[in-house]
Structures are given as structure tokens and as C-alpha cells.
Design a protein around this ligand. Structure first.
Ligand code: TXA
Ligand code: MG
Length: 339
């Protein structure tokens, strides 16, 4: 099929809504990353998402809504904690997991008794949901295993010919996927860090546990709380290695290992002292900039033919926790402690 590129204008939104109502797939901008949307209440439409992405069938999808009250039809019960979180952080980059309502097809929940719900803040995402009149199931609009797309061009690179359309709303703001918190366990548990930080979640709910899989490989025999944790993610073709050390140790190590196709993912300004091609992804203290740049940088290493990328990783706090989580996964948890 020919994938249409739609503009964020009246005609583009009307076309996206029509495709979605007809059971098709549309790449949509959100404030985090681009999503690949289908009618969340139509199992057949949703199964096309898995085929287009090459996504394992046991990895459930997030259902997107454009006003809070839509949640009542999609989950079994709305606890006080969900209302508090929504009041503080919706619309925005946060996904809440709750026991599902009967209308949620098994394709969306991948057979789990729960469903993930998100109310995005991106005006184009909200308009597509509203004009289609549907809750929209949408994972990130990348080929499974690749870095998530933060531009319409990334979506086309991965999925052109496999989806009906992409609506180009420009680059995404946050740059990493939403924070995922489950309220189906007690105490609530952070399954995936994102733009809404663990510190922010705790300020509203008090105790919030962090799942071990956020920063560590899943232990053999342990069942993933979130099926997405099982899979290698965000990986460019290159072998990504995180270097843990001071500025000087990082530069010395990279320069000592300079070779063709060796590249660096570094903080702003560090590239001047490196003897390998480098991509700067933000100031050393600017974790929001790093979140914004990370996936684009990982894709660019592929285009430049990198086979090894030495990366610096921010402290696991604030949005830095999300950056760390994605980088650790891209690196297959390979960290070299210097010094
Ligand atoms: O920012 C985002 O969340 C983007 C945009 C498009 O909204 N979406 C996104 O979806 O990142 P996806 O499918 O790439 O990641 C969803 C994650 C997966 O790791 C999945 O396993 C987990 O959420 N998830 C979804 N439903 C779940 C459930 N019922 N229980 C546990 N984990 C769930
Ligand atoms: Mg994804």
C-alpha cells in the first residue's frame, strides 16, 4: 500500500479520522513519540498494528483518550489514586494501568486482565482522537526493536508501505515514551520512566515502587510486570556501550579506542576533545535535552555506519532516569566502569 503523508490541517485531520473509523492505521504525533494508531475497540484493526511493526503478540498496547471521562468505559473501576494522578499530570506523558473493562479486545491487552490508558497533551493527537470519535490503541510507530520515532520521517523510514498514513505534526517535544505506572498492584509501581518523573509521582501518591527492570536486566525466571521489558529495545545496529566515569576518563577511553566506525554519544562540547565522530545530545546537566535528542541520535548512528558507540549516561534522577533506562536497553545493559 501507498502510505499517505497528511498535513496537520482540516483536510489532514478529516482524512486521518476517516481511515481510523474504517479500521486502518495512522501514524500520529504525540508529545512523547509518534504513535501507530488504530481503533482500540476493534480487535481486527488492532491486529494490523502488530503485523506492521513486527511486534510480539504478547506485548500489550496503550489506549489513548482525549478527555478524562472516557476512562470509565475502558477500565473496570477508577480508583481515587487514578483521579489524583490524572488531575496532576493529564493531559501529558503518563500512562496508567488498571484492570480492564470487558470492551477491551484481547489484542489490545495481549491477554492480560489490565489495560494501559493515556490522555496525551499534543493538540494534534487530541484532535485525531476527537474527530475519529474512538479511543485509539497506539504503540510507538517504529519497527519493533528500533528506536522510537520522534518525527514523521522516522515513521516513514520504518513503516512506509505498511500503514495507511502518517500525520506530520513536526518533531515531538519530550522525545522518550510516556511514564508507565500500574495501579493494579499495591503499592503503585513504576514500570517505565518518562517525562513525568518518579519524584513527581511520589509527590502525588506517596509510596511508588520502582520496578527492578527499569535499570537492570530481567532476572532469569522472573515474569516481566510489563511485557515490553523483556525485549531488546531502542537499539541501533551499532553496539552501544555506556562508559561510566569522569569527563577526563571518558575522553581518554574513547580516544584510546578510536577506530573506523567507532563513534561517541556525548554531552555538549565534549566532541571537540574526541578523535572519533560524535553526536552531542545535550548539556551534562540537561536531561530533558538528552531525552529530546536520544532516539534521533541513535538513528543517526545507523545512517553514519557506526559499529560501536561509546555513550555517556546521565544520573538516574528526574527525566535522567528515563534517558538512563532507554540507553541501558539500547546497550543491552553493557556498562563499562572506568578508573
Ligand atoms: O509515549 C508513549 O507511551 C507512546 C505514545 C505513542 O503514546 N506509546 C508507547 O507505546 O510507547 P509502546 O507500546 O511502545 O509501549 C507501551 C509499554 C510497553 O512496554 C508495554 O509492555 C506496556 O507499555 N504495557 C501496555 N499495556 C500494559 C499492561 N496492561 N500491563 C503492563 N504493561 C503494559
Ligand atoms: Mg515502543
Amino acid at each position: 500500500m501507498q502510505t499517505k503523508t497528511l498535513k496537520a490541517d482540516d483536510e489532514g485531520f478529516a482524512c486521518a479520522a476517516k481511515i481510523l473509523r474504517g479500521g486502518g492505521l495512522v501514524g500520529i504525533p504525540t508529545e512523547t513519540v509518534y504513535g501507530l494508531a488504530a481503533n482500540a475497540l476493534d480487535g481486527k484493526a488492532v491486529s494490523k498494528i502488530f503485523a506492521a511493526k513486527g511486534r510480539p503478540g504478547d506485548n500489550p498496547l496503550i489506549v489513548h483518550i482525549c478527555e478524562f471521562d472516557q476512562i470509565y468505559k475502558l477500565v473496570a473501576e477508577v480508583p481515587e489514586s487514578a483521579k489524583k494522578l490524572a488531575k496532576a499530570f493529564w493531559p501529558g506523558p503518563m500512562t496508567i494501568i488498571l484492570p480492564k473493562a470487558a470492551c477491551i479486545p484481547d489484542e489490545v491487552s495481549a491477554g492480560l486482565p489490565t489495560v494501559a490508558i493515556r490522555f496525551p497533551s499534543h493538540p494534534a493527537a487530541q484532535r485525531i482522537i476527537r474527530e475519529s470519535g474512538l479511543p485509539l490503541a497506539a504503540p510507538s510507530a517504529n519497527t519493533s526493536g528500533r528506536p522510537s520515532p520522534t518525527t514523521a520521517q522516522h515513521v516513514l523510514h520504518d513503516l512506509s508501505g505498511k500503514i495507511d498514513a502518517v500525520l506530520d505534526g513536526g518533531p515531538c517535544g519530550v522525545g522518550v515514551e510516556s511514564t508507565v505506572i500500574t495501579l493494579a498492584s499495591n503499592p503503585p509501581r513504576l514500570l517505565r520512566p518518562g517525562g513525568i518523573t518518579l519524584e513527581q509521582l511520589r509527590s502525588v501518591l506517596g509510596t511508588v515502587e520502582m520496578d527492578d527492570a527499569v535499570l537492570h536486566p530481567l532476572k532469569a525466571g522472573v515474569r516481566a510486570q510489563s511485557p515490553g521489558m523483556k525485549y531488546k529495545h531502542y537499539s541501533p545496529k551499532a553496539n552501544v556501550i555506556i562508559l561510566d566515569g569522569t569527563d577526563a576518563q571518558y575522553k581518554d577511553y574513547v580516544n584510546a579506542h578510536a577506530a573506523p566506525h567507532v563513534m561517541a554519544l556525548c554531552y555538549d562540547g565534549d566532541d571537540k576533545e574526541l578523535s572519533v565522530p560524535a553526536i552531542c545530545y545535550g548539556g551534562s546537566q540537561d536531561d530533558s535535552a538528552m531525552a529530546h535528542e536520544l532516539f534521533d541520535a541513535l538513528r543517526e548512528f545507523d545512517e553514519r555506519g557506526a559499529d560501536t558507540v561509546y555513550a555517556r549516561c546521565p544520573a538516574p534522577q528526574g527525566v535522567g532516569l528515563a534517558v538512563c533506562n532507554r540507553l541501558m536497553r539500547a546497550a543491552g545493559f553493557e556498562v563499562l566502569h572506568l578508573g
